[in-house]
Write a protein that binds this ligand. Structure first.
Ligand code: UDP
Length: 370
């Protein structure tokens, strides 16, 4: 019997890859198809060295409730036919919620990787997913002490929680290309280390509100008058820019299709500043030691701010101001960040999670009364 690892999006693939490799044939990767296009998923499976997953049907592009219910029904059938020893879900996506509910329905021990994140922003669907998954989970792998404390504050019994660190740390260490390869890549993009901005944006609060989207693009365009701005454009963002008639604001930027993981890390490693609304990028930039401007209303990863790597700004003039402050800090500013440890762990999280899973598989943990 295997351990089912249920994923559905790019960041989940990144964060379970090392664990899947440790587990080897004991891992059964199930992809709900939440984001299953070549740019966001197919190439990541290959690049991250993952096995071909079992792919579910009729989930991608659907409203949230349909995504969860379609994935849940198919996972239930799969778990009935081939009962896993445990189900692992990562993060806060609809795929993770469906995996958690499916495990719960069949009394299969549920392991939640990246437990205890809270934005306290109830307008975010992910916040609801996090709370529900953490209440259902039998084994909660918290990335930081703060994540553990948040779980304890919600009355999750201490015996269910282990502080493992975040698996993104080992993902960055493994997939960041070597210095020579990075230099060749920067040359291919026509940029110089420490003298360009790298930007991403894909969250609905930024892309689905034309005023916010326009404000972000205007700020990036204004920065592009001073230094190159590389903007990797998520497919949903591209569609929203076109629908809102904002394509002209892309002209001053260097627009890039979604990048492979190694390539993205290489560009982030040498960017003077990164501007992003991504969750994973908030963690990765602390491992890479680079400054980040987070364009969001709230964050569930305050550790990156507290450690001085990131600041949170609303879409608008504050983006340009925050980027220019970081640029003004110059090489000394970059050096001081490079020397700081990441608050997200030591690169051994996946190994700790594998040990917890071995205990669950041996019937020594999970799903028993507290
Ligand atoms: N990423 C990537 N290529 C890109 C942009 C991002 O590989 O062009 C990676 C990034 O390093 C991070 C993940 O995609 O690991 C983040 O995914 P996303 O922003 O879609 O989700 P979130 O982290 O916000 O849940």
């Amino acid at each position: 019997r295997s351990v089912a690892i249920v994923i559905g999006t790019r960041p989940e693939l990144v964060k379970v890859a090392h664990l899947v490799r440790i587990l080897g044939p004991a891992a059964h990767l199930v992809h709900t198809g939440q984001h299953y296009d070549a740019a966001l998923s197919g190439r990541f499976l290959t690049e991250l060295g993952l096995p071909e997953p079992t792919l579910l049907d009729g989930v991608g592009g659907k409203p949230r409730a349909v995504q969860v219910s379609a994935a849940l029904a198919q996972l239930d059938a799969l778990f009935a036919e081939r009962p896993p020893l445990a189900v692992v879900v990562q993060g806060d996506t609809n795929a993770a919620l469906a995996g958690a509910l499916a495990a719960n329905a069949r009394s299969i021990p549920l392991v939640h990787v990246e437990a205890g994140l809270r934005s306290h922003d109830r307008a975010m669907p992910e916040e609801h997913n996090r709370v529900v998954i953490d209440q259902l989970a039998d084994v909660l792998c918290a990335a930081t002490d703060d994540n553990r404390d948040l779980l304890r504050a919600e009355s999750v019994p201490a015996g269910r929680i282990t502080v493992t660190g975040n698996t993104v740390v080992e993902a960055v260490h493994e997939h960041l290309p070597a210095a020579g390869e990075r230099a060749a890549l920067l040359a291919a993009y026509g940029v110089t280390a420490d003298r360009y901005v790298l930007a991403t944006a894909h969250r609905p609060e930024n892309t689905d509100d034309p005023a916010a989207l326009a404000a972000i693009l205007r700020e990036l365009a204004s920065l592009a008058a001073e230094l190159p701005v590389l903007f990797t454009v998520h497919p949903r963002t591209r569609a929203r820019i076109e629908a809102a008639g904002l394509t002209h604001l892309l002209a001053p930027l260097t627009e890039l299709a979604p990048l492979g993981y190694g390539e993205f890390l290489a560009l982030a490693r040498h960017a003077a500043v990164i501007v992003s609304d991504s969750g994973g990028v908030q963690e990765e930039t602390t491992v890479l030691g680079r400054p980040l401007v987070v364009v969001r209303r709230s964050t569930e990863r305050p550790e990156a701010m507290a450690a001085g790597f990131a600041e949170l700004v609303a879409p608008g003039r504050e983006i340009g101001r925050a980027v220019r402050r970081r640029l003004a800090a110059g090489p000394a500013g970059l050096r001081s960040l490079a020397e700081r440890p990441s608050p997200f762990g030591d690169g051994l999280a996946s190994q700790r999670i594998a040990v917890l899973l071995a205990a669950v598989a041996a019937g020594r943990a999970g799903h028993e009364p507290d």
